[in-house]
Design a protein around this ligand. Sequence first.
Ligand code: UT7
Length: 324
Amino acid sequence: MTIRAVVRGVGHYLPARVMENAEFEAHLETSDEWIRTRSGIERRHIAAPGETTSQMATLAAKAALADAGMAAEALDTIIVATSTPDFTFPSVATMVQAGLGNTTGYGFDVQAVCAGFVFALANAQALILSGQARRILVIGAETFSRILDWNDRSTCVLFGDGAGALVLEAEVGSGTSADRGILSTDLHSDGRHRELLYVDGGPSSTGTAGHLRMQGNAVFRHAIEKLASTAETALEKAGLTDGDIDWIVPHQANIRIIEGTAKRMQVPMDHVVVTVQDHGNTSAASIPLALSVGRDRGQIKRGDLIVTEAIGGGLAWGAVVLRW
Ligand code: UT7
């Protein structure tokens, strides 16, 4: 008997305000053309003043629970992947728990920056496989707009805000790769590369929230090298190959990274869910947002084999293979 963590529902939330590339041209030496050609980003959503990560996470969670037809009280675990919590503590997950009216489960946050959702999924699977949880809400939610240096053209044009959520439930599978649910995970980090992508503040260093700093070009090179490799390792662990993939659902940082990874994996772009043009890089929220939008577009269907992959600050990176 093999226990699988199976997707029961998916949902997302995007703030109402849409910021087009052209808006940056008024105060920065940049252009819609540069942003579009270097990153593939055309617009991003920006949280309203006072709109927080936990509020967006709660709305995405409600959408995913409605999609699953599941009551919040049925959840025993809530995991939120975020690097932009409302407060240093409590966790965003406990705020979501209160927002949903769940009092019997428990919640905690996972912090692996842009790879956060992949790390959260791997943790959720481990809890389900070990029998410690049966129904888990896994959320990625970010307000990166609050940690951007809006005068730094090399970073502020790249990021956006939003939240996405999945409901996972334990189900007995056959033990083969034909099962629905999470089939394998592959996680990595290498803390020697901290200076490539970090926030220059925090409670125990500066006592401030700080601003995001990135050596984009160096991160780009790591991404191209590491993403296809972790995705293929995860596939191998599941006893599958590139040819079995229905959809790559990548972290949405840069269309050139997404295309480069797909090319290395010999997966045509019409089997890749792409949302970067509309969302920008929403860090830990990007994969659940893409899963939800991909499902709504009719791209992702029950039984499809999906590979997600992401890399971000740490550096931390990884992949998850799951059958929808
Ligand atoms: O999600 C976490 C992981 N993060 C990522 O995956 C991001 C990875 N990196 C990237 O996506 C790309 O490296 C960027 C989009 C950030 C930059 O693209 P690039 O092709 O690597 O450009 P670059 O950093 O090498 O910069 C090229 C030029 C520079 O000018 P010089 O030195 O050649 O004169 C930059 O100063 O572009 C300049 N530049 C800009 N020009 C206009 C940088 N930002 C801008 C801008 N508008 N916004």
